[in-house]
Design a protein around this ligand. Sequence first.
Ligand SMILES: *Cc1c(COP(=O)(O)O)cnc(C)c1O
Length: 230
Amino acid sequence: MNRLDELRDGLSATEQRIADACRAAGRDRSDITLIVVTKTYPASDVELLAELGVQDVGENRHPEAGDKADEVEAAVRWHFLGGLQTNKAGAVARYADMVHSVDRVKLANSLSRGAEAAGRTLPCLIQVDFDATDPGRSGVVPSGIPELAAAIAASDHLTLGGLMTVAPLGEDPAPHFDHLVGLAGDLRKDHPEATIISAGMSGDFEAAISAGATHLRIGRSVLGERPPAG
Ligand SMILES: *Cc1c(COP(=O)(O)O)cnc(C)c1O
């Protein structure tokens, strides 16, 4: 099978799962954005996905993401999903169409300066981590959301899109997604524009759809298993 056919199959199997989950949850497919996470896969896969109608792709590392964004000619939106060092924020602000992983005021300020320099307005999501005991994990604890939201909303070069989370490995994701959706409701009291709920990956997106996610970030289910990081 050639790669285009492989990706078509992966995409249609994934769309079938999304359709089933939407039906079970009484939700409309058109209220959900599928972001295909292409990290570790080549730019040529992004071109093929675009041929198949994919409009949103996700990447989690700079410079891999920037290199791909440069190389790909198809008009796709680039979602940046990964932990981000402040000194790389300016570069990411030049090509990302949305950053899902804003987890500290310093990073928001760096993205703001980068977006200003690039003459763009950059939509940002706040990454929430419910168990911030592991210092290696990205994300802000729920009590930190209001301050970070205020910093993003105060920038002339950023917009506050909403919230994002990655469910902890090896736990039932449903309570975490419900918690995120509750926090998103609280956030909208002060920031009604912040309507995005980015949750759900290949292993848990049915639970995310059921909880109310608006943006799914799905890699392996469409593209196949990634080779182990070398
Ligand atoms: C890799 C990644 C995904 C996609 O994960 P899959 O298991 O391949 O679906 C989603 N979100 C983030 C933040 C990621 O890094």
